[in-house]
Design a protein around this ligand. Structure first.
Ligand code: GDP
Length: 658
């Protein structure tokens, strides 16, 4: 059963043109007045638009009257959003299947555990005759309260927070040590310093806070948890070695975060130092140095000879001045956890970076899933402090449990409030675990673009050779349209690593792997966090998928779920059957009728196909579990070797369209 747009328009009292516009606003894609809509969708549209018409009428009348005249069919529904399809179904006393059906009519594919955001919940609720009244979570109430402190009145300049990144052995640690020595107070204190994860350098012209866990992994891990704490990134490049893979990676991570980059060209004392070569390499990737007419500040330094350090510090302060970093020292404190540990004497301790306000001894706070009351505060020189203002890192004690790096902390009025908040956050977290967050994916790109949520498709490309990176990168970029642009935020030779997955989470990107595999840890994180990783062996297929996704035509979603992993212990040749591998199931299980298996050697995928046979001793079996040995044969493939890894997957096709 379906109805034409012009018929529905007539029924609802709209012109066809108006209705087409409204339908598009409701994400029902129709071309014109002769387009057909199915009855379910029409029903939702009726609810939605009749509700709107009522509201339009309402606003013209007095407020009191309006309340009485609210569309009688729309009953108020007070719930917390986001929530899962299942929870929503319970709240309105319907079956999850009914909700899913309505969602499908809106061209949204959902499972029972999927999270519905506020907008979708509102639409669906009205489809069922409810008007949504959102209950704020304790945390949202707290955030709103904290925002109220920001009246913009008491803003003062604060010190920049700086992270050093670069290739291993290029001198990050050495440089951090030297930078630390330039601290005026440190000199007075006789250089007894403690590692607390960050330190302040006080200079005649201002202060700088350095995070002393160098490396882009920590930086992006924090960012993937929603914490951006670095104002400036210093890329350290050894002048005798030039830009190396991790330098490129670090630069891309900093760029993806939108953090300004300064370059420290280190080890200029070495005879093999080639500063110009480094500058040329930088120019090649769009970081032309200032003396070459570009806008990137590159300072020549030597951590060993301690030269160029003063200039580097000056440049950091100059950059900070341009960034106009400000905070209000007179407000209630908030910030982020940089490190935490369990120490014998004082229980859990954590290094907090104050981002706004001033933290005082005795302040009560919530942080991550835990809470506490500041018992003591020390800086990196071991000095006891009574208060810490914006950009100051302090190690504190008085926390009930160890928080995680990247957790935000907020000072609250009393301990009762702090306890309540951490309970409600724990509850939210439990729920979050049940529902993986919605992330950028090729399948949803078109829908998200229509909803105005996606204007850019961010892609990370990993490949086996440099040549295909470039070919793929430029072809993908060309697919950009005026509505959705394509940007390659990172591309590199090598297997898909955990750092790539973190970057994808932090930047909402999808990952395309070409002739490469995925690290075990990266795979686990990606599965847990719902990162869209696609592996291809043919360039055209990768390009085609992205093109289709931009047009909303990407065919059915293929969902792969990992079943098990086996390691080949020995390979046997059996004349009739070809080669059979004697394997040990190291994780999960192998299932005879699984749709897909892959064989990896050193993270490189050499085979994709089906199981030919699965045996225990001489018998064919349906399933073999973890810790057991079995014989595995692969369909038309016999160049396996011992120590290769075989993985087994279930593949489901989920129809995207009705
Ligand atoms: P990181 O891995 O980036 O933290 O690098 P390190 O700071 O550990 O330095 C790696 C090596 O380079 C060490 O042996 C340092 O002594 C050396 N190194 C660091 N900076 C300089 C420098 O400016 N000149 C010279 N000649 N060696 C340096």
């Amino acid at each position: 059963m379906s109805i034409r747009v012009y018929e529905l328009a007539k029924e609802l009292g709209y012109s066809s043109k108006e209705l087409v516009k409204k339908l598009n606003e409701l994400h029902v894609s129709v071309k014109g007045h002769m387009s057909a809509i199915d009855e379910d969708t029409a029903e939702i549209v009726r609810h939605e638009l009749l509700g709107k018409k009522e509201q339009e009428k309402k606003t013209q009348k007095s407020k009191k009257k309006v309340e009485e005249k609210v569309n009688p069919e729309l009953r108020p529904l007070r719930i917390k959003v986001p929530l899962s399809v299942k929870e929503f179904a319970l709240k309105i006393n319907k079956s999850a299947a009914e909700i899913i059906k309505k969602l499908m009519a809106m061209k949204i594919m959902a499972t029972v555990n999927q999270t519905l955001d506020e907008e979708i919940t509102r639409q669906i609720a009205s489809g069922f005759g409810f008007s949504l009244e959102k209950i704020l979570t304790e945390e949202e109430t707290l955030l709103i309260k904290h925002k109220q402190f920001d009246d913009g009145q008491g803003l003062k300049f604060r010190a920049p927070v700086v992270t050093l990144m670069g290739h291993v052995d290029h001198g990050k640690t050495s440089l951090l040590d030297v930078l630390r020595k330039s601290n005026l107070t440190a000199r007075e204190a006789g250089g007894i310093t403690q590692h607390i994860g960050a330190y302040e350098v006080i200079l005649p012209k201002g202060k700088i806070t350095f995070l002393d866990t160098p490396g882009h992994e920590a930086f992006t891990a924090m960012r993937s948890r929603g914490a951006t704490i670095t104002d400036i990134v210093i890329i350290v490049v050894a002048a005798d070695d030039g830009l190396m893979p991790q330098t490129h990676e670090a630069i891309n991570h900093a760029k993806a975060a939108g953090v300004p980059i300064l370059v420290a060209i280190n080890k200029v004392d070495l005879p093999g130092a080639e500063v110009d070569k480094v500058k040329r390499q930088l120019a090649d990737i769009g970081l032309m140095s200032e003396d070459w007419g570009g806008s990137t500040i590159a300072v020549e330094v030597s951590a060993k000879k301690e030269t160029g350090i003063k200039k580097l510090l000056e440049m950091i302060l100059l950059e900070a001045e341009m960034l106009e970093l400000k905070a209000d020292p007179d407000r209630v404190a908030e910030g982020v956890i940089i490190e935490s540990k369990l120490s014998k004497g004082s229980g859990p301790t954590a290094t907090m970076l104050v981002q706004n306000g001033t933290l005082h001894l005795g302040d009560v706070f919530v942080c991550g899933l835990t809470h506490g009351k500041i018992k003591s505060m020390r800086n990196d020189l071991g000095e006891r402090l009574e208060k810490a203002g914006p950009s100051v890192p302090v190690e504190i004690s008085g926390i009930s449990q160890i928080p995680m790096a990247g957790d935000k902390f907020y000072v609250v009025e009393d301990e009762k409030k702090a306890r309540e908040l951490s309970v409600s956050k724990n509850e939210n977290l439990r729920q979050e675990k049940l529902m993986p967050a919605q992330r950028a994916s090729l399948e949803d790109l078109f829908t998200q673009a229509q909803e105005g949520k996606a204007k850019e498709l961010k892609i990370i490309i990993k490949s086996d050779v440099q040549g295909s990176l470039e070919a793929l990168g430029s072809s993908l970029q060309e697919l950009g349209t005026k509505d959705i642009s394509v940007s390659i935020i990172h591309s590199q030779v090598g297997a898909i690593s955990e750092s790539d997955v973190m970057l994808a989470i932090a930047s909402d990107a999808v990952i395309i792997g070409f002739h490469v595999g995925i690290d075990v840890k990266a795979k686990e994180t990606a599965e847990k966090k719902g990162v869209d990783i696609r592996l291809y062996r043919i360039i055209y297929e990768a390009i085609n998928d992205v093109r289709l996704s931009m047009e909303g035509l990407l065919e059915p979603t293929i969902k792969e779920s990992f079943l098990g992993r086996a390691k080949i212990l020995q390979v046997f040749k059996i004349s009739k059957l070809g080669k059979i591998c004697g394997c040990m199931i190291v994780k999960g299980k192998f299932v005879r009728n699984a749709e897909l298996v892959r064989l990896y050697r050193n993270d490189e995928c050499l085979y994709e196909g089906k199981l030919e046979s699965l045996k225990r001793y001489k018998d064919d079996v349906k399933e073999v579990g973890e810790g057991l040995e079995c014989g595995i044969g692969l369909d038309r493939f016999d160049s396996m070797q011992s120590d290769d890894i075989i993985e087994c997957y279930r593949v489901e096709k989920i129809a995207r369209k009705l």
